[in-house]
Design a protein around this ligand. Structure first.
Ligand code: ZN
Length: 353
C-alpha cells in the first residue's frame, strides 16, 4: 500500500491486516504539530502503521485557544491537523489512520461540520480528510445509541469514512465526555446481546468498529479499582459469530479505550479477541510533559534569566523552545516504541507491501 493517510477500502484493508496478523495499532491523541510529528517519527522508527486521533478539546487546542468561537476551533483545528498529516505522512513512509475521538450527543454538531469538511476535501482530492469518526452515545439507551449511529454510518460511508461506536461505558472522563465516578462497575462491561443488536442494525451500511467496555477506564488510577476482563470481548465475538454462522470467528472490529496503564497480558489477550486499535492518551501526555520537564530541569536558571545573573553567560541555547519541545517529542517517540512492541505492530507496516 502507498504510504500516507488511508481511507475507505484502504482503511478496511489495514484493519483486516491487523486482525489477520493478530496485532493492534496504537491510536494516539494529539494536540499540536509536536505530538503529531512525534507519533509519525515513532511509527517510522518502529516500521508500524499508526492511528492519529483528536478529541474535541485536542482539535480546539490545535486551532488555538484564542479563537473566538469554540465550535470553529474544534472543527478547523481538526481540519488543520488532518491536512498537516495528509501532507507529511507519506514522507515518513508509513500508513496513518486519521480519527476523531469521543463525540456524545452534544458534540454531534462537531461531527456534522466535519462531514461537510470531509466532503469538500474529497471533492478536491479524491479522498476524505478522516478515515473514521467516533460517536459515543453509550450513556443513552442502546436503541437510541444505535439508531443515531445507523443514520451517521450511512452518511459517513457515502464519503468513504468508517464509524466507531461505543457500547457499554468506558470508565473515567476524557475531555468532558464521561465521568470520573467509576464506582458502579456493572456499567463498565458490554454484553454480547448489545453487540449483536448493534451488529444487526449496522451491518451492510458501511464499515464500523466497536469500542466495547470490558472494565477499561480512561486515565491512570490506583491499581485495584477496576478489573479488566478481556474475556468479555471473546464472549461477544463468539455470540456474533454463532449468529452469523459464516465461519468468521472474530467478526467484530474492536477498539480498546483507556489503554494507558494496562497490563501487557491483558492487552495481548484483548488483541487475540479482535482488537485492532488501542487508544493511548494519558501515557503519551505524561511522556511529552515529563520530556519537556527533564530538559528544563537541566538548567533551571536559563528559564528565569536570558543571561546568567552572576557571570553573564548567555542561555539562548537552553531557552530556545525547540530544545524543550524536542525533548518532549523524543520522550513520546520512546514511550511509543513500547506500545508498538506490546501491540505487536512493530515491523508490520503494510506501506510498500
Ligand atoms: Zn476513550
Amino acid at each position: 500500500m502507498k504510504p500516507g493517510v488511508v481511507t475507505g477500502a484502504e482503511y478496511t484493508e489495514l484493519v483486516a491486516a491487523c486482525k489477520e496478523g493478530k496485532y493492534a495499532m496504537p491510536a494516539v491523541n494529539i494536540s499540536g504539530t509536536n505530538t503529531i510529528n512525534a507519533v509519525m517519527e515513532a511509527a517510522a522508527q518502529a516500521k508500524s502503521d499508526v492511528i492519529i486521533q483528536l478529541s474535541n478539546g485536542g482539535a480546539g487546542f490545535y486551532a488555538g485557544k484564542g479563537l473566538p468561537s469554540a465550535h470553529d476551533g474544534m472543527v478547523m483545528g481538526a481540519v488543520s491537523a488532518a491536512q498537516h498529516v495528509h501532507l507529511l505522512a507519506e514522507h515518513y513512509g508509513i500508513c496513518v489512520v486519521l480519527h476523531t475521538d469521543h463525540a456524545n450527543r452534544k458534540l454531534i454538531p462537531w461531527i456534522d461540520s466535519l462531514i461537510e469538511q470531509n466532503a469538500k476535501y474529497r471533492e478536491a482530492f479524491g479522498k476524505p480528510l478522516f478515515s473514521s469518526h467516533m460517536l459515543d452515545l453509550s450513556e443513552e439507551a442502546p436503541e437510541a445509541n444505535v439508531a443515531t449511529c445507523k443514520e451517521y454510518l450511512a452518511k459517513l460511508d457515502a464519503i468513504d469514512i468508517s464509524l466507531e461506536i461505543e457500547l457499554g461505558v468506558t470508565g473515567g472522563e476524557e475531555d468532558g465526555v464521561g465521568s470520573d465516578d467509576i464506582s458502579d462497575s456493572s456499567k463498565l462491561y458490554t454484553t454480547p446481546e448489545d453487540v449483536w443488536y448493534a451488529y444487526q442494525e449496522l451491518q451492510g451500511l458501511g464499515h464500523f468498529s466497536v469500542a466495547a467496555a470490558f472494565g477499561n477506564v480512561h486515565g491512570v488510577y490506583k491499581p485495584g479499582n477496576v478489573t479488566l476482563q478481556p474475556k468479555i470481548l471473546r464472549d461477544c465475538q463468539t455470540h456474533v459469530a454463532e449468529k452469523l454462522g459464516d465461519g468468521n470467528a472474530n467478526p467484530c472490529d474492536f477498539v480498546f479505550h483507556g489503554g494507558s496503564g494496562s497490563d501487557e497480558a491483558d492487552i495481548k489477550e484483548a488483541i487475540g479477541y479482535g482488537v485492532f486499535k488501542m487508544n493511548i492518551d494519558t501515557d503519551t501526555q505524561f511522556a511529552f510533559s515529563s520530556g519537556v520537564y527533564a530538559n528544563m530541569k537541566q538548567k533551571p536558571v536559563a528559564f528565569e534569566h536570558q543571561i546568567d545573573p552572576n557571570d553573564g553567560t548567555p542561555y539562548k541555547s537552553f531557552y530556545d523552545p525547540r530544545k524543550c519541545l524536542r525533548s518532549g517529542e523524543e520522550s513520546v517517540v520512546s514511550r511509543l516504541q513500547e506500545a508498538f512492541e506490546v501491540l505487536g505492530s512493530k515491523g508490520n507496516s503494510i506501506a510498500g507491501a
